[in-house]
Ligand binder design. Structure first.
Ligand code: BUP
Length: 470
């Protein structure tokens, strides 16, 4: 008799930083013969997400079933946030009771379910009823998971009725099992108050024990210390196994025509005309609206650094709302200087394809975890300027692993001013530093070994699939 097909359901959260790695993870399981169902919260917040989902589904018509999860709108005045991305997370969280009937109505029995970390606590009653193992995919890296788990442990140990980080963390957080401590200044700002987000993260972190495992887009050579500390129970006791299943490779899309590729065709053509390793790629991620003054300083830095550049600018957090031109921000004089030296786009690009182009020699990034992994996979050195969230902790990882530069004194891009001259100096440092390039290439090799046939990624996928068949 033919062997039963392993069927895995994926439930990603909103935003490209979650959706992209989720779909790459799904593609990985498809590569090893699994059938995949992706349950997509609808309507999606951004156009980039809808496009990605349709490219993904049309690339795997026989292996993927897409199911819409229609979220129930929330009256924004009753929500705990006005941030469009957090509002979307909250709306999905509040709609999660609708998930059980969807999962149980699937025509093929599920072998496993993989959910986003942001839904951990409301998922507990759902996974308790599931007849298959369930996993959390924690989309940031292992150092960040160590921080979240230990921070939550400290918060729970605090005796104050309303624990505030001022009472339970000092100037640095020394996470057991990690050599390099996390300074208080790296803590994601939303966690520094006693607020609903902080309580959600702490609760979710404790509920991780209810799942069969935690998947992370990372690998031994990049984050071996944190992965070991998590798995040996040094960070906190009782976590389920943490699988460094990365680095997740880009999805090779099929059936996507030129029109759907938007600006990518001319960008690649422009890159083809540039010398190898000569271009600086600049992007601060998919959900940040860069501060106007920071945009001007960046423009001055890029003009002065002497390299050509490809700069993806976001002026609005949600892409559907982009209505302003960069010239309105920079003024016509600065804008024409920018155009002389580089290329600026406001559209969503295929970042991994850009990073993989031989002309790209450095990446100025906000330090989002996916961006870091993508740069490592393509062997591109990174200069990080964290804007918010967990990006200082991922930048520490850049520094510890030696694959990039993080000028700590730049502070948060969303608040602190760094002048064009300083930006230009650091870009030159990134582009001209031979030992950095050697280190990045070593890490690229390790990343590719991990993701290639016989690598750690394959070992983990095969082991999980075998477990699910039992
Ligand atoms: Br912008 C942009 N094209 O134009 P991160 C982003 N991306 O492919 P996040 C594009 O979005 P936070 C674009 O390759 C990466 O996979 C990029 O994820 C892709 O940052 C993803 O780097 C962005 O983790 O911010 O999620 O935008 O750090 O707050 O999670």
């Amino acid at each position: 008799a033919s062997e039963a097909v392993v069927h895995v359901a994926f439930f990603p959260s909103a935003s490209m930083g979650h959706l992209n790695p989720f779909l790459r993870l799904a593609a990985l399981f498809i590569r090893y013969g699994c059938k995949v169902t992706i349950v997509i919260p609808k309507p999606t917040l951004t156009l980039a997400e809808s496009n990605l989902i349709s490219h993904f589904c049309s690339s795997f018509p026989n292996q993927v079933t897409q199911i819409d999860f229609n979220i129930i709108p929330v009256d924004p005045t009753t929500a705990n946030t006005s941030d469009p991305f957090f509002l979307q997370f909250e709306v999905i969280r509040r709609s999660l009771h609708l998930l059980s009937p969807i999962l149980s109505s699937l025509s093929t029995t599920l072998s496993a379910c993989i959910f986003d970390f942001f839904f951990t606590s409301p998922l507990v009653p759902i996974v308790e009823k599931l007849s298959c193992p369930s996993y959390i995919f924690f989309t940031p890296g292992a150092r960040i998971l160590s921080f979240v788990a230990y921070f939550s442990f400290l918060a729970a140990s605090d005796t104050a009725a309303q624990p505030r980080p001022s009472t339970f963390i000092g100037d640095v957080i020394q996470i057991p099992g990690l050599t390099s401590p996390i300074p208080r200044s790296s803590v994601p700002p939303p966690l520094l108050g006693s607020n609903s987000f902080q309580r959600m993260v702490v609760e979710d972190s404790h509920n991780l024990t209810k799942f069969n495992g935690i998947l992370i887009n990372s690998f031994e050579e990049l984050e071996g210390e944190a992965l070991t500390a998590l798995n040996e129970g040094k960070v906190v006791k009782g976590l389920p196994p943490v699988y460094g299943i990365g680095p997740l490779r880009k999805c090779e899309f099929k059936n996507v025509d030129q029109g759907q590729r938007g600006c990518m065709s001319w960008i690649l053509k422009w890159l083809d005309e540039q010398a190898e390793g000569s271009v600086v790629y600049v992007s601060f991620g998919s959900n940040i609206d860069t501060r106007r003054e920071q945009i001007k300083d960046l423009a001055l830095g890029l003009i002065e650094c002497g390299h050509s550049f490809l700069w993806v600018v976001k002026l609005k957090r949600v892409d559907r709302e982009e209505d302003e031109g960069l010239e309105d921000v920079l003024g016509s004089e600065l804008m024409s200087k920018v155009r002389e030296k580089g290329v600026v786009v406001k559209e969503f690009v295929n970042q991994m394809e850009i990073l993989g182009h031989p002309a790209v020699g450095g990446f100025v990034s906000h330090g989002g975890w996916n961006s870091i992994i993508e740069a490592v996979l393509e062997g591109v050195p990174v200069l990080t300027w964290p804007q918010g969230g967990d990006q200082k902790i991922s930048s520490e990882c850049i520094r510890i692993s030696g694959v990039g530069i993080w000028p700590e004194d730049w502070g948060w891009g969303s608040q602190d001013v760094v002048r064009g001259k300083e930006i230009s100096n650091r870009i030159k440092e990134m582009m001209n530093n031979e030992s950095l390039r050697v280190k990045v290439n070593e890490m690229k090799k390790a990343a590719r070994n991990a993701a290639d046939v016989g690598g750690s990624c394959e070992v983990i996928v095969k082991r999980l699939i075998e477990d699910w068949k039992k």
